[in-house]
Design a protein around this ligand. Structure first.
Ligand SMILES: Nc1ncnc2c1ncn2[C@@H]1O[C@H](COP(=O)(O)OP(=O)(O)O)[C@@H](O)[C@H]1O
Ligand SMILES: [Mg+2]
Length: 216
């Protein structure tokens, strides 16, 4: 479904991603580990089309990224950051946003279900997000991101700010998606207990894939 061929990314002559070859199939669950500064976030930013390779190519469903409308990619590939990224309105307005940008109607049932799945079922849509805790805001961000099921879900340490119980809830929700053929690429710590759910683990060091392990 996704393929990187000889992808490199350089900034000011410094190589941050170094000739990476990588393939991702439907329903794959891949943990990305590696030291800080090894290029993990840059790797996801390339796949999310936020930046473009300085050399090499990325293909989605056999098509070169350069030949795909950015809006199209944005619908199929979803990127969840480490920190929450809500606007200062209500929970409902945040959850309705993905429908708004698609000119679609707001699926309140799905929104309620997701809110419950992230452990916030006790809040109603009118709740102001501003006074909520960082962890609660992050969980709303995750629910918002899942209002539409992407083909590829990228996560950048998305649960690192959550307590164990809530992280487990989110992991359950995310790995359920893999059963529906969503491919998951998750930057995480190798000692996370969630590692048991991953099919594969890749280790990035100095912008290169140093190892690719099968965990299944
Ligand atoms: N746009 C940029 N300009 C300059 N340096 C960058 C840029 N993006 C990333 N870097 C550098 O590339 C390296 C890898 O960054 P990053 O992908 O964030 O690593 P990781 O997520 O593994 O910690 C870091 O040294 C970072 O400072
Ligand atoms: Mg990072």
């Amino acid at each position: 479904m996704l393929e990187l061929k000889n992808v490199s990314y350089q900034v000011n002559k410094r190589t941050i991603i170094d000739s990476i070859n990588f393939k991702l199939n439907k329903g794959d669950t891949v943990a990305i580990v590696g030291p800080s500064g090894s290029g993990k976030s840059t790797f996801l930013r390339l796949i999310d089309n936020l930046i473009s390779p300085t050399s090499g190519k990325i293909y989605f469903e056999g098509k070169d990224y350069e030949d795909i409308q950015p809006e199209q990619l944005r619908k199929e590939i979803s990127y969840l950051l480490q920190e929450s990224d809500l606007f200062d309105h209500t929970i409902g307005e945040n959850l309705a946003f993905p429908a708004e940008v698609r000119n679609d109607s707001f699926d309140k049932k799905r929104a309620k279900k997701l809110l419950k799945a992230v452990g916030l079922g006790h809040y109603d849509f009118n709740t102001d997000v501003r006074p909520l805790s960082g962890g609660e805001r992050q969980r709303i961000t995750i629910a918002r991101q899942l209002m539409y099921t992407p083909k590829i879900l990228l996560l950048d340490e998305a649960t690192s700010a959550l307590d164990t119980q809530n992280s487990e809830k989110i992991e359950k929700l995310i790995f359920e998606l893999a059963k529906q053929d969503v491919a998951i690429l998750w930057i995480t710590h190798s000692n996370d207990q969630s590692m048991r759910y991953f099919k594969k683990r890749i280790r990035l060091v100095d912008g290169k894939i140093e190892s690719e392990e099968d965990l299944s």
